[in-house]
Design a binder for this molecule. Structure first.
Ligand code: ING
Length: 306
């Protein structure tokens, strides 16, 4: 029996600074309903999908605004509706959000929710890009390293949707270790939400390459690990910052099988045959037969010893 999963990559257009969660959840519910109508079992939303991408601002002068961007519960009063909708439609989802834990830790997180509305897994972003201190000379900030702690849990995979599903967030997709650690756990589909400004202040020569780099890293990650990769953007011009859209669904072959056409709310749908992974995991990338971990020690050496 073919294990085919119909995926909906639910790209979001801009979310304004003063847009309330209820208005955003309305958009998420609309995309989820669209996914249900299209026969999707799983709908994937972007990173930090409930609010504007607030790390673009230095917010120390408005601590109550900064606090307002985090979820202290998942689901919480304003997101329960999304879980209820998912359960009634029988559609699962992946959702990126800013997490504030009961002991005051702050993470850039995501949850994987099965079709019965139950939370299967939670992920906390491992690779935090950007900077820690206010850099007023930048046209906009990228203060993820100020507003979040690095995820302490690493990369896990979960048995769900009749397959093995993994989660990552944005900058994680640029690091080959992200995909490999999950592939060593048998991952068949990696869900990755992202917010990627087209302008990269430390090296603007990369600006015209953002689209190329986005494809490059996710296609490589898929092919080199024999896994599906679902990249889901929050794109368009959000509070004056032009952000990459280009949500896409990538097969274990590295081929892009579906891609967003707009920079707005858009559902990108594809049927993903999870057994396609075997074509690569059991041949070219048969890790047990061909990998040489004893040759890769430098990769896990602590930075202090390099
Ligand atoms: N965003 C970016 C990303 O890795 C970034 C950081 C911005 C990289 C601009 C390159 C250019 O896609 C997040 N949120 O990680």
């Amino acid at each position: 029996m073919v294990r085919s999963l119909r995926i909906g990559a639910a790209q979001l257009g801009p979310i304004a600074r003063d847009t309330g969660r209820d208005e955003v959840v309305d958009r998420l519910v609309a995309l989820m309903r669209q996914g249900s109508d299209a026969g999707c079992q799983l709908v994937a939303f972007p990173e930090l999908a409930l609010t504007t991408f607030f790390p673009r601002w230095y917010l120390d002068d408005v601590p109550e605004e900064l606090d307002s961007y985090y979820e202290t519960e998942m689901p919480g009063p304003q997101t329960q509706r999304l879980f209820d909708e998912a359960q009634s439609l029988g559609v699962g989802f992946y959702l990126g959000y800013a997490e504030l834990t009961s002991d005051g830790q702050r993470y850039n997180s995501s949850v994987l929710v099965e079709r019965d509305g139950s939370i299967v897994g939670r992920y906390r972003k491992v690779h935090l890009p950007g900077h820690e201190e206010h850099e007023p000379d930048r046209p906009f900030q990228h203060l993820e390293r100020r507003y979040f702690e690095e995820g302490p849990d690493g990369f896990s995979v979960w048995e769900a949707f009749d397959g093995i599903i993994g989660m990552a967030l944005c900058n994680d997709r640029r690091w080959p270790e992200t995909y490999r650690v999950m592939a060593l756990q048998g991952v068949e589909m990696v869900l990755i939400g992202y917010n990627t400004p087209l302008h990269y202040a430390p090296d603007p020569s990369q600006n015209p390459l953002q689209s190329f780099h986005n494809r490059l890293v996710m296609q490589a990650g898929a092919y080199q690990n024999g896994t599906w990769v679902i990249g889901v953007a929050k794109g368009g011009v959000e509070e004056g910052v032009e952000s990459l859209a280009q949500s896409m669904i990538i097969a274990p072959s590295g081929q892009v099988v579906a891609e967003a056409e707009t920079t707005d709310d858009e559902l990108v749908v594809a049927d993903c045959d999870l057994d396609w992974c075997k074509h690569y995991k059991d041949t070219l990338f048969d890790f047990n037969r061909y990998r040489r971990p004893e040759m890769y020690n430098l990769i896990t050496q602590p930075k202090s010893e390099l």
